[in-house]
Design a protein around this ligand. Structure first.
Ligand code: ADP
Ligand code: MG
Length: 247
């Protein structure tokens, strides 16, 4: 399969401990270019920790993570190279409250990429249009709804033209009526061919766009399958139990 020959994200034999606590156990994960991987599993199963390792926000003790050929070893050398290629969207938006929407989007391109301000502004406006919120460019995050803030966070990540986008429960802090506008934005992004790793329990989203659904429990990948197979024919008792609780 071409995916295993040229994955954009490759995680091999990843093990991580917090002190004595073995939080990630022998994680292997390949993500092909343009694939959308949905990661689900009970609270505390290690989903955020895995995503944070891939974005070099956490150290790990064993294994290898490679992003588009750049290897991130346990000692986190090349962190800046990795972060440049990987966009991240958190549950809690993490926008800078004292900067406008436009300034939030242009901060990293100007300071990390050394992009001239004029070019950064143009790029940011392009992505704010993409997430359908260009009219809020000069507003401050506190003046926006949660759904709007999360769409700004997506535009901000896109302004760095990442090769991969990571999402960690991007809709779980939102009021129900705002979930759809954020999921719609993510569906659009998937349709444009973006490589995405998404931690979410939005199983409708998984069915619509996932190339594969990965189920984690107690630090392990228990099962990974196409959405059709995953939902219709879960293989493990723990997967069945999890699905019975959330569907
Ligand atoms: P999930 O995202 O699946 O809910 P997490 O990756 O956040 O799970 O957490 C996995 C486990 O690791 C949990 O038991 C959590 O309490 C623990 N954990 C997370 N971060 C830390 C930390 N910085 N120090 C110690 N334990 C942590
Ligand atoms: Mg989490």
């Amino acid at each position: 399969m071409s995916v295993s020959v040229n994955p954009i994200v490759s995680v091999a034999g990843l093990n991580k401990w917090f002190g004595d606590f073995h939080v990630l156990r022998d994680i292997d994960l390949l993500v092909g270019r343009g694939q959308r991987i949905v990661i689900c599993g009970p609270s505390g199963s290690g989903k955020s920790t895995l995503i944070r390792c891939i974005n070099a926000l956490e150290e790990f003790q064993e294994g290898r993570i490679t992003i588009d050929g750049i290897e991130l070893g346990p000692n986190l050398r090349r962190v800046d190279d990795i972060r440049r290629d990987v966009g991240m969207v958190f549950q809690s938006f993490n926008l800078f409250p004292h900067l406008t929407v436009l300034e939030n989007c242009t901060l990293a391109p100007i300071w990390v990429r050394h992009m001239p301000k004029k070019d950064a502004d143009a790029a940011a406006m392009k992505y704010l249009e993409r997430v359908r919120i260009p009219d809020k460019a000069n507003a401050y995050p506190g003046q926006l709804s949660g759904g709007q803030q999360q769409r700004v966070a997506i535009a901000r990540a896109l302004t760095m033209t990442p090769k991969v986008m990571l999402f960690d429960e991007p809709t779980s802090a939102l009021d129900p009526e705002m979930v759809k506008e954020v999921l719609d934005t993510m569906v659009d992004l998937a349709g444009e061919g973006m490589t995405m790793l998404v931690v979410t329990h939005e199983m409708g989203f998984a069915k619509e766009v996932a190339s594969r659904v990965v189920f984690m429990d107690a630090g392990q990948i228990i099962e990974a399958n196409t959405p059709d197979q995953f939902f219709a024919n879960p293989q493990h008792a723990r997967t069945k139990l999890f699905l019975s609780q959330i569907l």
